[in-house]
Design a protein around this ligand. Structure first.
Ligand SMILES: NC(=O)c1ccc[n+]([C@@H]2O[C@H](COP(=O)([O-])OP(=O)(O)OC[C@H]3O[C@@H](n4cnc5c(N)ncnc54)[C@H](OP(=O)(O)O)[C@@H]3O)[C@@H](O)[C@H]2O)c1
Length: 254
């Protein structure tokens, strides 16, 4: 197993009949991935905590056949309920790939002024929900040939944040990257490949020039989206795939 930060190193044969579950499907990154997978002919289950947001996504993507499930990852119970809701809409079809693009960067106070409850809540919303998603979905993926479980993090993981109030983003992203190694170690001999895509630049919604924090974004989530099928169908496992520039997306996704 390679645990270094490198690219995906090769691909499995591409099949359009795959079943993909996208967690955080209504978000900037997740919605681009949903659109991309649908365009490739995959069956996609979009998961969100909000039924109205899922309906809006379906309208926006004009994809009447997009499947969806409402669910959360706040506890084991909620995570397993969400997994069961996904299984129900799939009617027994096995899942090939799970993309977990849930959570966000919480901006609050500088570290020494932040109440511990705020920090805990930030990790609930950015780290523990990814962990609970893994608990819910990994067991079945372990025996599914060619399957993948991919998380999403951000480049804040790697350096002191430019604004000290972003420090929880640094911790959350670094922790998601570290979780990758824990899960990859567990699944070393299994079919499923666990990786994380660590994005070092801003990503906007299509048609926007800034991301949701107001940071200028050179490109949007549609431009980013090819990275996810490439990683899902690649051969890498246990990799934190750092996208330092948009050129890395093109290089890995080609
Ligand atoms: N956009 C960027 O510029 C950028 C740059 C670098 C890295 N990233 C990384 O990309 C990942 C996704 O970011 P994004 O920009 O797509 O964020 P986003 O637009 O806020 O989407 C995140 C999604 O996660 C879900 N979510 C939020 N909090 C949750 C919680 N507590 N429990 C369960 N689900 C929750 C939300 O879905 P529902 O409300 O529908 O449930 C939301 O749609 C993050 O790890 C982020 O750090 C983003």
């Amino acid at each position: 197993m390679s645990l270094n930060r490198s690219d995906t190193g090769g691909t499995h044969m591409r099949s359009n009949k795959q079943v993909v579950v996208v967690l955080g499907a209504t978000g900037v990154v997740g919605s681009g991935a949903v659109r991309r997978y649908l365009g490739e002919g995959a069956t996609v289950v979009a998961v969100s905590r909000s039924a109205p947001k899922l309906e809006a996504l379906k309208k926006r993507l004009a994809a009447p056949h997009l499947l969806s499930a409402v669910g959360d990852f706040t506890s084991d119970d909620e995570a397993f309920k969400t997994r069961d809701a996904v299984a129900a809409v799939l009617g027994g079809q096995p899942i090939d790939h799970v993309l977990s693009s849930i959570g966000f960067v919480t901006v609050d106070q500088v570290a020494s002024a932040t109440p511990v409850a705020t920090f805990r809540a930030a990790l609930d919303g950015g780290l523990f929900n990814n962990f609970l998603a893994a608990r819910a979905f990994l067991p079945a993926l372990k025996t599914r040939e060619g399957s993948s479980f991919t998380m999403v993090s951000g480049g804040l993981a790697h350096f002191p944040p430019p604004d000290p109030k972003l420090w929880m983003g640094t911790v959350k992203n670094a922790a998601v990257n570290a979780l990758t190694f824990g899960l990859a170690s567990e699944t070393l001999k299994d079919q499923v490949r666990v990786n994380t895509v660590c994005i070092h630049f801003s990503v906007a919604l299509p048609g926007e020039k800034k991301n949701h924090f107001g940071m200028p974004a050179e490109k949007d989530s549609d431009a980013l989206a090819p990275i996810f099928p490439a990683v899902a169908r690649g051969l890498g496992r246990g990799q934190v795939i750092c996208l330092n520039t948009w050129a890395d997306v093109e290089r890995i996704a080609q």
